[in-house]
Design a protein around this ligand. Structure first.
Ligand SMILES: [Zn+2]
Length: 428
């Protein structure tokens, strides 16, 4: 390692150490990290002064800026460098509530396990609650065996301690919040086609539905919830925010909205500089039969509504999620704000890319059907059940994710590298 490289690496490690210790890096820690990178003892004296200078500089900048800068420098840090545990979480001393939220598309694979284990480790460390929340509010996108597969995997990976929440069992709660948002004038039912809504929103213009009164919106919400055709026999529809208006509705023998005719939208800022933030949808009609709920419900919350409601209701304190959810997190924060709730502490994780390993649930299901795999626990697959069968321990995944830490940079590993690391952690 030449001197220029060394200085760059010193800065990377100083930033990393500072972020780990609330903004203050320590010279000794940086030097010992550099030993792992090949710094020789006899050279310490020569570069020591330089390193102290770098540490001083780093300690002068804010934690936010340190994090930003570290994103650029992180690549310089050896992936195999042994970390001294996960960084501390703020406001965690009294315990934390955290979650892992898979969709029911298949069993857990190594990507899930590495992401979820970080949150689980924090709950282990500080005490509190760990939820596995199965996000099954899109009836069209559910692989029914996934419920049991995910529960089995969670039982093993999280020592039977994960509390299981199934979103489709909490529908009344989402309806309650939808109504709350309408009553706060922060949600409206939009009957524009998605093309015409998009056309307007691209020009930062509101559609006519946005100007409707709160009462009109509540009526329209009823029409979303109501079955499409009423017969006189159905006097009291099963649910709805306001029974009396439902009754009039029934007597009138009117029709509810059809699938695709109406969506509930959040009233954000129609001039938001990010078009994806403008009046995003909260709920829609989908009459497909749901594997658990069958045809009990026709209005389904979209992710940003159900996630927000659950994070509030389950009293989430810290959220660690994949960085592709950054925009969603911004939307969820808007809803939190309207409801006067404090948003949890949050962190993001970089994307995992596993070369030459099959992680796609669709492809695995297909492969099982075709007889290419004997099942989700086929030894050729990088699923948790397959690795459990091969004799790996849950701790090997915990150690692996602890080693990676709260890192936002994307990581690429091929099969050989992945198993080499996993084997190291399994032996420990
Ligand atoms: Zn509209």
């Amino acid at each position: 390692m030449n001197k220029k490289e060394l200085i760059q690496k010193a800065r990377a490690y100083a930033l990393k150490n500072a972020i780990h210790y609330n903004g203050k890096a320590n010279v000794g820690a940086v030097i010992s990290s550099l030993f792992a990178e090949g710094l020789k003892k006899e050279d310490t004296k020569e570069v020591g002064k330089e390193i102290s200078k770098i540490v001083l500089e780093v300690n002068k900048i804010s934690l936010e800026k340190q994090k930003k800068e570290f994103e650029k420098f992180e690549k310089l840090i050896s992936f195999r460098e042994v970390r001294d545990g996960l960084p501390k979480l703020p406001n965690a001393e009294k315990g934390v509530v955290m979650r892992f939220a898979p969709s029911p598309s298949g069993a857990m694979h190594i990507g899930h396990a590495l992401t979820a284990s970080i949150s689980y480790l924090y709950v282990k460390k500080y005490g509190g609650k760990f939820y596995m929340r199965i996000e099954d509010t899109n009836p069209d996108n559910i692989y029914p065996p996934a419920y049991d597969l995910l529960k089995q995997d969670a039982k093993w990976l999280f020592e039977g301690k994960a509390k299981i929440v199934v979103q489709s069992e909490r529908m009344e709660l989402y309806y309650k919040y939808a109504e709350k948002l309408i009553k706060k004038n922060s949600a409206y039912v939009c009957t524009c086609s998605s093309e015409s809504f998009k056309k307007l929103s691209d020009q930062k213009k509101e559609c006519t539905c946005r100007k409707n009164s709160q009462k009109e919106n509540l009526d329209r919400w009823e029409k979303m919830l109501a079955p499409q055709v009423y017969t006189k026999e159905v006097r009291e529809p099963l649910r709805g925010p306001d029974k009396s208006s439902l009754k009039i509705f029934t007597e009138g023998n009117k029709k509810g909205f059809k699938q695709g005719e109406a969506v509930l939208r959040f009233k954000s800022n129609i001039k938001d500089k990010n078009p994806a933030m403008r009046d995003f949808p909260l709920a829609r009609i989908n009459e497909s039969s749901h594997p658990l709920q069958k045809n009990k419900y026709r209005v389904w919350p979209l992710m940003n509504l159900s996630v927000t409601v659950d994070d509030i209701e389950l009293k989430m304190t810290h959220i660690i999620r994949a960085k592709e959810h950054r925009d969603n997190a911004e939307r969820q924060k808007m809803i939190y704000k309207i409801l006067d709730k404090k948003y949890p502490w949050e962190a993001y994780l970089g994307r995992w890319k596993f070369k030459d390993m099959e992680l796609s649930a669709t492809k695995i299901t297909q492969g099982i059907k075709e007889g290419k795999y004997s099942g989700w626990d086929d030894e050729k697959l990088p699923t948790i059940s397959a690795l459990r069968k091969k004799g790996y321990k849950p701790e090997s995944f915990w150690k692996f994710s602890e080693h990676v830490g709260l890192s936002e940079s994307d990581k690429v590993l091929d099969e050989k590298e992945f198993f080499k690391l996993l084997d190291t952690f399994n032996r420990k």
